[in-house]
Design a protein around this ligand. Sequence first.
Ligand code: COA
Ligand code: AMP
Length: 633
Amino acid sequence: MATGEYPREHARSMNDPEGFWAEKAEALVWDRKWDQVLSHDDPDGAPRWFVGGRLNTCYNAVDRHVDAGRGDAIALIHDSPVTGQTRRLSFAELRDATARLAGALRARGVEAGDRVVIYMPMVAEAAIAMLACARIGAVHSVVFGGFAAPELAKRIDDAKPKLILTASCGIEGSRVIPYKPLLDAAIAASQSAPEACILLQRPQCTAELTPGRDTDWAEAVAAAEPADCVPVAATDPLYVLYTSGTTGKPKGVVRDNGGHAVAMHYSMKAVYNMDAGEVFWAASDVGWVVGHSYIVYAPLLAGCTTILYEGKPVGTPDAGAFWRVCAEHGVKSLFTAPTAFRAIKKEDPEGAHLQRYDLSRFEALYLAGERCDPDTIAWAAGLLKVPVVDHWWQTETGWPVAAVCRGIEEGTVRSGAAGLPVPGFDIRVLDDDGQPVPADGIGNIVIKQPLPPGTLPTLWNNEDGFREHYLSRYRGYYLTGDAGKIDPDGYVWVMSRIDDIINVAGHRLSTGAMEEVLAGHPAVAECAVIAVEDATKGQLPVGMVVLKSGVSQDHDSLIAELIQRVRDEIGAVAAFKRAYVVQRLPKTRSGKVLRKTMRAIANGESPSVPATIDDPAILDEIREALGTPVGSA
Ligand code: COA
Ligand code: AMP
């Protein structure tokens, strides 16, 4: 049951959202106070927060702490087991590095409102790049390093950046991945490529710069005049982050400056119980929303030390890596995806590595990104002897929607549930007709408008798509795309997606995008990609393809081509390693592919055969195919 300040705090955020958020916003420095806390004149659109207000997010995250006398406090630790290096930057050093890079951007014509694509590995410069954009009001769009060139090209074409910030390589475990060939291929494939790139040379693999286009990062920064923070409107975009939708076209989630800064700052204490000077570690990647919110912006806005970790939970060098980082840097709270803990549990089920480290400063573990199995929660809690908090959010919301808010309550964690609604979020469960589902009944999870500060105000260049995807299904509610229930005590249980989005090792991917890639192969007549359960990664994609008549290529070589195609078009991160050739796909008589039925078969269930199926015999072939791994890795 919820206790402490939480019930009162949540009720106030519902009954008086303007008073509640105005009070939270006072913690930041504003160049101009807002005229209106909340504007929601168009009930079919998103609300706008702090209208008329002006501030700078980088100032609040970095310079503000220097000005308050905390310039020597450590802001950012880059911990990189893959290079054997650790680098610490104080708030003053982070400010100087950010101001110089901002100056280099400005020297190349980047101004407030211009987009900058950031395609970088997990190095301190990735965070500096984001902050440098924020400093001059430019809009960054970070692209995850595990995406292949065509995915990068799609994002370049949509964001139309003035400049790209990149590095010579990323390091995945013991593998060095050169970025320059990917960058060149993406620029060649793009219609809106910028004229300038700044490239960080890493000693593990230096890149040959393209004359007239590329500048060496160190030279650009050395030659730059430091740039000061530029106040922007609270409602101006801070960043665009592309996320998987149901098709191959990623959705550009927009984040504003004012609402975002307020929500980030508030969440660090309320949700994560963090105070300035304490060490927070989100073991994710800057390319995902967790990286934006909880590696870069929120911890810095709250004056915490943040850790940017370039390594894996296992193999860099062993399953004790997370405990080493926590002990060495005095981490108070760790946030990661359940898949990372499943990987550690698989390698070190007894937790033997933990014995080598002193975790006395470690207070809580937060898990999100996918549904967490109760076994993993119990294992982690038993081993670490700290609260393990499953909490639920998505790229679109930018911060947790449901959690056990440890800063304002002593409520207990309920295994299997993602916690209680976070202040600001009014969570409901509706049936397909829009009627409220009673407690414990499964339905569509929605958030009643107005969405709180920090959530997406629109999709980049796609307001119509934003309304259609999220706001049109139920008037007055935001459709999360997740299905689940609220139990009689108010805990939210997130059970599954209602669309074709899957979650592979905590990475959000679209089966629709993979189907588009398979369908592009000349031998494929039609196809379906479904998610099967996986003990470590949660879900893995599996393809079913029907060949065009007359195709004589042997199936093993064809499947190898299809697997490579997904890797080349989407990226290794898709983990697409299984596909089968079948005679036909199971369909309804009206031609709808029965993905849910195939998914159930793949997961070893015995689904009831839909009455509308056109040919029940086809399910036997699917069963047989899935039991006969062809071309599996
Ligand atoms: N750049 C280039 N390639 C990348 C990459 C990056 N930034 N990130 C992942 N890849 C590659 C991997 O090397 C792997 O390639 P492979 O097929 O050649 O082996 C492939 O993409 C799949 O990566 P991943 O799913 O991460 O699998 P893994 O076996 O390397 O690691 C885990 C498995 C569970 C340890 C890892 O996924 C993990 O730590 N997950 C944490 C989840 C997370 O950070 N989620 C973010 C949201 S909170
Ligand atoms: P992303 O946008 O990559 O953060 O992915 C968001 C999606 O991940 C959500 O819509 C959910 O489907 C899933 N998800 C995130 N956190 C949880 C959680 N704690 N429990 C269940 N599903 C989750």
